[in-house]
Design a protein around this ligand. Structure first.
Ligand code: HEC
Length: 452
């Protein structure tokens, strides 16, 4: 746990200071606003969190655990530490808010004056961003058993768009909200993935192999609020593309059938600037010697990329499987200043958010982006799927590993887009060619991926 006692002590002192001597913390005055704004969106009826936090009684019942999970920052789930640039809609309690919760519990969880009680938040049951331009549904329901391990499943959905589209937002409505932990969306440019035969009795197929012409379109996690891309930016959806939804199902103790509806929002016209994904290392580390010995507590991969044009950073995201622990992305600007774009210290596969910057981050040509990813393949890692640990290599299954950090960016001026795109493509090719020359095993893996 990164925050020990000193942190709590400082936090407590600051809480005492803000409360003023002698005025106890009450639910109505101080705690309810924190809970309603940061917890209730997930801890409410119909959502995936295991209990509600919608009233004084709800919160008192869980007060001790709440004090614990907020002080360790495991709740609300938000893995990105504060970095050099603020993120949009940051779901992170301040030290003062955490301290207030501690004080409230220690002082006996007073309810406070009724006149001060804020109303529990009301949540929109319709589409939060308004009616989508296209609503699609899973072709068949997926049966999630009452118990057993979590299930990862790719479910393709035919979109039938006869022209290229620009996606400004995606939202989803699970039919059994409790079983859908998170999803990742992909566009399949071949438009053929919906023809792939299903595996077994359920729709879709497992594994992380989606084919060469897939591009990620972001995701949806428990309680996530949908957002439009800022500044008229949008993601490309090729003409005729299929949507692939990669589900993480989590059994709830009761057998359920999930048949979600997904709403897509399209821009009226192509955006002025095109989004680029600068992935470091490329190919999720396929060419970065990702071979983690059993028991290795700190396996590290570092890679960098120098921007060939001025870009504006839009957001950052990280991807790996269970064994990853830490991620860091820094930018060394041409004047030598070092900025942190992403820092995650306690990776959790279950909470793969994308973190969008509050304001676009100007990164001049020549800026060096540096990514650092750590894995812990010892039995000390509670997420390790193998006990005892086994050697783990790069692979698409969740017991294999991969890892990269992506900067989502736009060229500062659109006329630079081809330079940026071609430079990235050349880097990807160069890295692949170099490795494949002297590593036949990698060459086979690549052949398999491309042949998909
Ligand atoms: C994004 C959705 C989301 C938000 C926001 C959220 N929670 Fe949770 N919470 C969950 C889910 C889902 C679980 C079930 C465990 C899991 O999947 O990690 C959970 C579990 C918990 C638990 C039980 C943990 C345990 O170890 O038993 C507590 C306590 C909790 N949340 C409190 C809070 C508080 C307090 C807040 C706000 C400060 C909050 N949560 C915000 C989704 C959320």
């Amino acid at each position: 746990m990164p925050h020990g006692r000193p942190f709590l002590t400082i936090a407590l002192l600051s809480a005492l200071r803000i409360c003023g001597f002698g005025s106890p913390v009450t639910f109505n005055a101080q705690i309810a606003p924190i809970i309603y704004a940061n917890c209730s969106s997930c801890h409410r009826p119909g959502e995936a969190a295991p209990f509600f936090l919608m009233s004084y009684e709800d919160v008192v019942r869980k007060a001790k655990t709440i004090a614990k999970v907020t002080s360790t920052r495991s709740m609300p789930p938000w893995k990105a530490e504060p970095a050099s640039y603020a993120y949009r809609d940051e779901r992170r309690l301040s030290d003062q808010q955490i301290a207030l919760i501690q004080s409230w519990v220690e002082q006996g969880m007073l309810e406070g004056k009724e006149v001060e009680a804020p109303k529990p938040p009301a949540f929109n049951s319709g589409w939060m961003l308004g009616e989508p331009d296209l609503v699609v549904e899973m072709p068949q329901g997926f049966h999630v058993p009452a118990d057993g391990p979590d299930i990862y499943r790719n479910i393709p959905i035919q979109l039938g768009q006869d022209a290229e589209r620009w996606i400004t937002a995606i939202d989803m409505k699970p039919s059994s909200r409790g079983v859908v932990h998170h999803v990742l969306y992909f566009a399949d440019g071949t438009g053929k993935i919906h023809e792939r035969p299903q595996q077994g009795d359920e729709p879709g197929f497992s594994g992380m192999r989606l084919g060469r012409k897939t591009t990620p379109l972001g995701g949806w996690a428990v309680g996530a609020q949908p957002h439009f891309f800022p500044e008229g930016l949008a993601m490309n959806l090729p003409k005729g593309a299929d949507l692939v939804v990669q589900y993480h199902f989590h059994p709830t103790g009761k057998a359920e059938v999930e048949k979600s509806r997904i709403g897509l929002y399209f821009a009226k016209s192509a955006p002025e600037r095109m989004l680029a994904r600068i992935q470091i290392p490329p190919h999720y580390s396929l060419f970065s010697d990702l071979k983690i010995p059993a028991g290795d507590k700190d396996f590290v991969i570092r890679d960098s990329y120098v921007l060939p044009t001025d870009v504006d950073g839009v957001g950052v995201g990280a991807h790996a499987h269970y064994l990853a622990t830490k991620f860091k992305l820094t930018a060394t600007l041409p004047d030598g200043t070092i900025k942190t774009l992403l820092l995650i210290r306690d990776w959790d596969f279950a909470w793969q958010d994308r973190y969008f910057f509050k304001d676009l981050v100007p990164l001049p040509k020549g800026t060096q982006l540096e990514a650092e990813i750590h894995w812990n393949n010892s039995s000390e890692n509670p997420h390790n799927p193998s006990n005892p640990p086994i050697a783990v290599n790069w692979g698409e299954e969740s017991k294999d590993e991969m890892g990269s950090i992506s900067l989502i960016a736009v060229p500062h001026v659109q006329s630079d887009y081809p330079t940026l795109r071609d430079n990235l493509a050349q880097r990807d090719r160069r890295v692949a060619m170099e490795k494949m020359k002297n590593d036949p095993a990698i060459a086979m893996k690549v052949a398999r991926l491309l042949g998909d």
